[in-house]
Design a protein around this ligand. Sequence first.
Ligand SMILES: C[S@@+](CC[C@H](N)C(=O)[O-])C[C@H]1O[C@@H](n2cnc3c(N)ncnc32)[C@H](O)[C@@H]1O
Ligand SMILES: Nc1nc2[nH]cc(C(=O)O)c2c(=O)[nH]1
Ligand code: SF4
Ligand SMILES: [Mg+2]
Length: 211
Amino acid sequence: MGYLVKEIFYTLQGEGSHAGRPAVFCRMSRCNLWTGYEKDRHRAICTFCDTDFVGTDGVGGGRFATADELADAVARAWPSEERAHRFVVCTGGEPLLQLDEEAVEALHKQGFEVAVETNGTRVPPEGIDWLCVSPKIGSKLVVDQGDELKLVYPQPGGSPESFEHLDFSVFRLQPMDGPELEANTRETVEYCLKNPHWRLSLQTHKYLGIQ
Ligand SMILES: C[S@@+](CC[C@H](N)C(=O)[O-])C[C@H]1O[C@@H](n2cnc3c(N)ncnc32)[C@H](O)[C@@H]1O
Ligand SMILES: Nc1nc2[nH]cc(C(=O)O)c2c(=O)[nH]1
Ligand code: SF4
Ligand SMILES: [Mg+2]
């Protein structure tokens, strides 16, 4: 079987609590809430995705037969032999369709702290160091605890309030990118000011023009 990966790249984490931190991004292929094809977007459960996660044709992408091969590829993307600051963000697509305990262990063996960005519809494997859940209205959330809950805002049919009881260390709203980004950003700032349970998350990589 192995792991299907769209791309592996080194950049700064752009979003959330670790924004600004150097990280290898391991973008796994496939998602359970959208096929990834534009022709299907209108009937997807998640309709606002900003990411191409189809196939394995990106830089550093491919099919990795074993967890160790996957972790080796991630380690090759880190800029030095030094292990002190190694940080990998497993994202996608939906990484929890593929990321298992073996892969997390193999990444740890390579010295990485392991962060995951997930839509919260799949139970995560043991060992993840930073779990960021980004719920999608219209999908069934099965993850009710983690480090960071990062809700894209606004999402029709869903209010941030309905997530406040969940067991996360920090709650963030991230303005929905797309044609309404400016208005969405203003609304998000206003919501956080009125409801201090929530903090702003910006997609800073997009402002910086980095990947
Ligand atoms: C592309 S997703 C991949 C990980 C996982 N499938 C998920 O949805 O969390 C990575 C992050 O980007 C966010 N995101 C996707 N499309 C967005 C958009 N149009 N505007 C703002 N954030 C977006 C997601 O909510 C998630 O936090
Ligand atoms: N720089 C950067 N930061 C990110 N944080 C989450 C991302 C994602 O696509 O999951 C992402 C991304 O694609 N690029
Ligand atoms: S769940 Fe994540 S990867 Fe899947 S379509 Fe939505 S934002 Fe994109
Ligand atoms: Mg992204």
